[in-house]
Design a protein around this ligand. Structure first.
Ligand SMILES: [Zn+2]
Ligand SMILES: [Zn+2]
Length: 337
């Protein structure tokens, strides 16, 4: 099979490799669609917890082509999406319903061979049936599942107002879910006007270009601040500035992935005086079903988030030279030539 292989930091190529063989409890999935995300770029640049060589790709859907020993309830030909998080079920965190913090955590496409390949072997317990959902849209189940997890932690209440920094694919998923959650305002900030237009069509009530007048505009829109503020940029200075827009007794969700070594300054007095809650959100936990159902019902639209559908060759270019792609979500179809 053909696969994108990250051989070492900043070194990747397309290679011809033996097909994967399913271990007991595993199935082989023929990958129909695999999304690229910032995490893949971090892995390529050596900024994430991976060892090499590695086949990346953790946002994917496909068809089962082979069953390993002991797999029950699945059939060759089943259309599936795959939760890439493999947890051990034995450690303290798994046994206290916090499997995303598993002490023996492994991630398909992170430190286990991933789905930017024609085929991938995965644990059967990580499979989710996708019915007749389109494969390219089903590749968005994983990132949506992370957003669902974050918002279930955040618990927005009907009537709140929300401010979202970043109108990339993750920001646009937040926009759609918050618009459906009864926010009376969903305000989106980004540096790129085109992205803001898309945010508007997906439910944003106001969009604001991140320029010199940003602060003033946001004060006009919400003089007392926002009950809900979400960072979907992963840019430390944005997170730092976001805090000032949280209303007293409001909440900040740190969703974007900032580089691990970065620091921001914040005023502990302000956190105290304003009764603030600052929440993190790592990966996902038992939210795959919700994400699949949200896409299947059309409450969340994936199609407007997909800017490119490409084969492995262009997928490699998108991974290694992301600046060449003025992009939202790039979806790779490994079988396409
Ligand atoms: Zn991802
Ligand atoms: Zn565990």
């Amino acid at each position: 099979m053909r696969a994108i292989v990250i051989e070492d930091v900043n070194k990747a190529s397309i290679q011809e490799l033996p097909d994967p063989v399913p271990a007991p409890g595993e199935v082989v999935v023929s990958v129909e669609a695999c999304g690229l995300c910032g995490t893949d770029e971090h892995i390529y640049k050596g900024e994430f917890l991976s060892s090499y060589p590695l086949i990346p790709g953790h946002e994917f859907a496909g068809v089962i082509t082979e069953l390993g020993a002991g797999v029950e309830g699945w059939h060759v030909g089943d259309r599936v999406a795959v939760d890439p998080n493999i947890s051990c079920h034995r450690c303290y965190f798994c046994q206290t319903e916090r499997s995303n913090h598993c002490l023996n955590w492994r991630g398909i496409g992170v430190n286990v061979a991933g789905a930017l390949a024609e085929k991938v072997a995965v644990p059967a317990e990580n499979l989710y049936a996708i019915g007749d959902l389109n494969f390219e849209e089903a590749a968005l189940i994983e990132p949506l599942s992370c957003v669902v997890y974050g918002l279930r932690r955040l618990q927005p209440a009907v009537g709140d107002e929300a401010l979202i920094f970043g109108a990339g694919p993750i920001g646009l998923l937040h926009v759609q879910l918050l618009a459906h959650a009864g926010m009376h305002q969903v305000v989106v900030v980004d540096r790129i006007a085109q992205r803001l237009e898309r945010a508007r069509t997906l439910g944003a009530t106001e969009v604001v270009l991140a320029d010199g007048s940003l602060e003033q505009r946001l004060r006009q829109i919400a003089p007392l601040g926002f009950q809900i503020v979400v960072d979907a940029t992963g840019v430390p200075v944005v997170v730092e500035r976001a805090l000032q827009f949280v209303k007293p007794a409001g909440k900040l969700l740190v969703f974007g992935v900032c580089p691990p070594q970065e620091r921001i300054s914040l005023s502990p007095f302000e956190v105290y005086r304003k009764d603030l809650q600052i929440l993190g959100s790592f990966a996902l936990r038992y939210t795959f079903h919700y994400a699949r159902d949200l896409l299947a019902s059309g409450v969340v639209q994936a199609r407007p988030l997909i800017s490119h559908v490409v084969g492995l060759g262009e997928g490699l270019a998108a991974l290694t030279q992301p600046e060449r792609f003025e992009k939202l979500k790039v979806v790779v179809r490994p079988g396409a030539r």
